[in-house]
Unconditional design. Structure first.
Length: 267
């Protein structure tokens, strides 16, 4: 008798109930195996999702040009503006990666409003984390509004010391300094002297200084339509206007040009 026929004989000789039990056992083993594989796969997917959510991505060199934005609540956006804040509007338009280091009520000297201190801190204290995390082809420093309780010329050395550190961290990036202003065409006391000093400093570190007052960002505009009810922060319309005006100033200053290589960033 062959091996096959002996096996067939053993199977055919079993009682019906034994056969049913054998079939059920096989089915249970198959189902258990499939469930284990499925659970392992789900666990791996869960671990992958957790890693993706908690790990800072290491971007390869051939991705889109990267922008880095340093600032306060204007730069971050308030009241749920989120992706509608002016840096992100510009990033979408230009095709840039958008890296934002901005906290409301903070500045070059200001750690934030008393109720936020401990969760917010001044620019310089946040800079090491941004240096570690982000690459940058173009950098915008747009802060100092929350430091204007002091004389602009007293602010100047603190501001430029910070920008020196930014320049050292990203020596090859295009650097833009935006003169700290609110949504108003009226300059504050000492503004002209401050801007003049910033322009001279900008030349020394190969930075472009953008002056919203001189460039007429808020001239001949219904200012109230650009701001939230607090009368200070730009709303959705205000952010769109700031984005458009900044693009115009950057283009006029030779920093960007639509259609140019490297996301429009000129060298």
């Amino acid at each position: 008798m062959t091996r096959t026929s002996r096996f067939s004989s053993r199977i055919s000789g079993r009682r019906p109930l034994e056969l049913v039990g054998l079939v059920l056992l096989v089915v249970l083993v198959v189902c258990a195996t499939a469930l284990a594989v499925r659970q392992n796969s789900a666990a791996e997917n869960g671990r992958s999702a957790l890693t993706a959510a908690t790990t800072v991505p290491q971007l390869p060199a051939d991705t889109a040009p990267a922008s880095m934005w340093f600032g306060d609540s204007f730069t971050a956006g308030i009241n749920g503006i989120g992706l509608g804040a002016y840096p992100r509007i510009i990033c979408v338009r230009m095709g840039w990666d958008c890296n934002v280091d901005a906290q409301g009520s903070t500045g070059f000297t200001n750690d934030g409003a008393p109720e936020y201190q401990g969760t917010t801190t001044r620019f310089a204290n946040r800079l090491p984390v941004s240096i570690e995390r982000y690459r940058a082809d173009i950098i915008f420093v747009d802060g100092g509004r929350n430091d204007l309780h002091m004389s602009p010329m007293d602010l100047f050395p603190v501001m430029t010391s910070y920008i020196d550190a930014v320049r050292d961290a990203w020596p090859d990036a295009r650097l833009v300094i935006i003169v700290p202003t609110y949504v108003t065409p009226v300059p504050y006391e000492g503004y002209e002297q401050f801007v003049s000093a910033l322009r001279s400093y900008g030349e020394s570190v190969a930075a472009t200084v953008i002056d919203p007052v001189a460039d007429g960002w808020y001239a001949d505009v219904d200012l109230e339509s650009l701001k939230f009810e607090d009368g200070v922060h730009p709303n959705a319309v205000g952010n769109a206007v700031i984005a458009q005006k900044l693009v115009e100033s950057l283009t006029a200053s030779g920093v960007i040009r639509d259609g140019a290589p490297n996301g429009g960033i000129l060298r």
